[in-house]
Design a protein around this ligand. Structure first.
Ligand code: SF4
Length: 293
């Protein structure tokens, strides 16, 4: 079987940076490192990090109280690292007051979105966030809206908004589809023509999404998307493959490949979400390449 691997498949710079920050302490400094919820949305990589002394604590949403049971001496040694998706200012305060070293591994692209939300909230704007209300990035961003934030995913959600006044600012979760954002921004502007709109979908997301189209152009008859089922950008890649009317195989690991179904194709594209480690992509590519065409 011919396998075409998307150029952008795998870690984005924000994920790589978060992992580097955590490893800097755990591996080089040999200190216990904690992350408040998953540092990145890939359980295989989180398992690998755990074996290096980087422990996920708390819950998926980064909301629960943390009971680490550390002695004062152990606390002095430990480091709390903020996940790549970012957190709300309240959660930041809480983590900083745990009595251990604090390192922020929020992706700078998410930091830029938070900065815009904070700035416009201070100026009195209401914020409309295009995204998933249950995604930790969106929950973190909502914390900067000074209580005037609304999450929307559809025209229906926009119709259901309370009156927002003259000052409205719109941003996007970093991993959404640009065409949907643009459509909803236009729709919002019908009611709020002066709304300040920032397309904050990150470059890594755009690149991975456009590479799916490249795989289709290169003749892929089906596409394997590798990545966590909690990973927003991976799920979007899978949706985009289906939008191209191509068979999509979303797997987390090589063991999940449906080899029987895949054996029907001569050319298969492979892509992966921004939090998928290279070793998982290599395993899938090797397995597929070894199959008879
Ligand atoms: S997907 Fe984008 S926003 Fe998220 S960590 Fe990667 S670069 Fe940052």
């Amino acid at each position: 079987m011919k396998v075409i691997r998307a150029k952008s498949a795998g870690f984005c710079w924000g994920v790589e940076r978060a992992i580097d920050i955590a490893r800097e302490y755990a591996v080089q400094g040999k200190r216990p490192v904690f992350t408040d919820g998953p540092l990145i949305h890939n359980s295989q990589m989180m398992e690998k990090l755990e074996s290096e002394g980087i422990r996920e604590v708390g819950d998926y949403m980064s909301q629960s109280k943390l009971e680490l049971g550390l002695s004062p001496e152990e606390k002095q040694q430990a480091v709390m690292v903020v996940r790549a998706h970012g957190i709300s200012p309240n959660r930041r305060e809480y983590l900083k007051n745990l009595g251990m070293d604090f390192r922020d591994a929020t992706c700078p692209d998410v930091g830029i979105i938070a900065g815009k939300v904070k700035l416009y909230a201070r100026k009195g704007h209401s914020t409309v966030v295009f995204g998933d209300p249950k995604h930790p990035e969106v929950m973190g961003l909502m914390g900067y809206t000074e209580g005037r934030g609304h999450v929307i995913k559809s025209e229906k959600d926009i119709d259901a908004l309370p009156p927002l006044g003259d000052k409205v600012c719109m941003v996007s979760q970093s991993t959404m589809f640009t065409f949907e954002f643009e459509h909803l921004a236009e729709y919002l502007k019908k009611t709020y023509p002066d709304a300040v709109v920032f397309n904050t979908i990150c470059g890594a997301t755009r690149e991975r999404q456009s590479d799916v189209l490249v795989l289709a152009q290169q003749g892929a008859e089906a596409i394997v998307v590798i990545g966590g089922r909690h990973s927003a950008n991976t799920v979007k890649l899978a949706a985009l493959v289906e939008k191209q009317h191509l068979p999509c195989f979303h797997v987390e690991t090589v063991a999940e490949l449906d080899l029987k179904q895949l054996s029907k194709y001569k050319i298969v594209g492979v892509t992966a979400g921004a939090s998928t480690p290279g070793f998982l992509i290599d395993e899938v590519c090797e397995k597929l390449s070894a199959m008879d065409a």
